[in-house]
Design a protein. Structure first.
Length: 391
């Protein structure tokens, strides 16, 4: 790694801040204390302003020496839960062992949030044309991009950088995600006389088999789409000597470019018709409320996105990161991120960058490298300086 312009990075302070926010549990809907800690750090680092918005996102502003474009750096601060029995140490202790910080949310994605906060603060404002907004967004784990939509509408960024695990490579696209619900309809009967009923579970089994035969779609950059069964439940449940007249399943559908709610729903309906299954098919309607009472209601459909290779954001960010680390490559996300909102919904030029690997997310003994934490902070600083010095 090479040094870049601006101010020296206080590695020890970065590590301690990262450990502080890892020690604060922040499941979706419980992010208040960690958001307050992030805003405090922004104030301490000399941000021009730092505040909490209506949804509960932590926001910090840094102004350049003259007006220009606005770049938004976002990393979510909510995490999934952790079972301490599965860990070698307390998931919320932020222990350091062998050069790594262990803790729930370290890779997904508080480590990247900390690196953003520090990387942005080290930018030389006298060389900065435009403004930086750093966002610690909430509720991403259950509704990708939901709370970020408010940030975008209120701050109108020209560019977005999503802080998720890329193994310090540059991502210029990502698969989307949809939650597809199908419910088969049968006819109830006493289980002692099954011949007069129609078991909805048996019908659903035929639909599942038909869906598993759908050819896997491919995209030359994003890779494969997929549809995976994530839950199934019959009704009534428990059965208590009743043939179930309803069976509901949820599929996790990984999306490629240009797929829509209608195209995804019709795909499943076609399978149902072919399998002679009477059922309803919908995309699940998401209804979430943040810890501040901000309500988000929208279909759980998060589009795929790709930013063209020759876009200035990609070119400038890649050149800056390549100057720091010659091994930097251009790749894409396989999991879904807040970019589904910034790029997929609002069509804002978006890239992804961060420490850690996608496969580290949601795992027992989740951890990040302290050296990579520092490298990520330098990477965010380099991206900002490259993009906001091009006016």
């Amino acid at each position: 790694m090479k040094n870049i312009g601006g101010y020296n990075m206080d590695k020890n302070a970065l590590v301690e801040f990262t450990r502080d926010i890892l020690r604060i549990r922040s499941l979706s809907g419980e992010e208040g204390p960690v958001v307050e800690r992030i805003v405090l750090e922004m104030h301490n680092l000399g941000y021009d302003d730092a505040w909490i918005d209506q949804a509960g996102n932590a926001l910090g502003l840094i102004q350049g020496h003259k007006p220009g474009k606005c770049i938004l750096l976002d990393a979510h601060v909510d995490t999934v839960t952790a079972n301490p029995d599965d860990w070698h140490s307390d998931p919320w202790a932020a222990d350091i062992r062998e050069g790594r910080i262990f803790g729930r949310g370290s890779a997904d994605t508080k480590g990247n949030l900390a690196a953003m906060v520090y990387g942005a603060s080290r930018v030389n404002r006298e060389q900065l044309i435009g403004s930086i907004i750093v966002c610690g967004s909430v509720h991403e784990e259950v509704m990708e991009g939901g709370s970020l939509q408010l940030v975008i509408k209120e701050n109108l960024p020209d560019y977005v950088v999503i802080g998720e695990a890329t193994n310090l490579h540059l991502n210029r696209g990502g698969r989307g995600r949809a939650e597809v619900v199908a419910e088969s309809i049968g006819k109830s009967a006493h289980s002692s006389s099954p011949e007069i009923g129609i078991c909805a579970v048996h019908a659903m089994m035929r639909l599942i088999e038909a869906i598993e035969q759908i050819p896997v779609q491919q995209h030359p950059f994003l890779g494969s789409g997929s549809m995976v069964l994530t839950d199934i439940i019959s009704n009534p449940y428990p059965g208590s000597s009743v043939i179930p007249n309803r069976c509901r399943v949820t599929f996790d559908r990984r999306l490629l470019l240009n797929e829509t709610i209608d195209s995804v729903v019709n795909e499943v309906k076609s399978c149902a018709h072919a399998a002679n299954v009477e059922c309803s098919v919908t995309v699940l309607e998401g209804q979430e409320t943040t810890y501040r009472g901000y309500q988000m209601c929208a279909p759980k459909f998060f589009p795929a996105w790709v930013l063209e290779l020759e876009h200035p954001l990609v070119k400038h960010a890649y050149a800056a990161l390549k100057n720091l680390n010659s091994n930097t490559e251009i790749k894409s996300f396989q999991f879904c991120t807040n970019a589904a909102s910034s790029a997929g919904k609002f069509d804002i030029p978006t890239i992804g960058y961060g420490l850690g690997r996608e496969t580290d997310a949601h795992t027992a003994n989740e951890s990040i490298s302290i050296e990579e934490l520092h490298q990520a902070a330098l990477g965010y600083q380099a991206i900002i300086q490259a993009v906001l010095s091009q006016e």
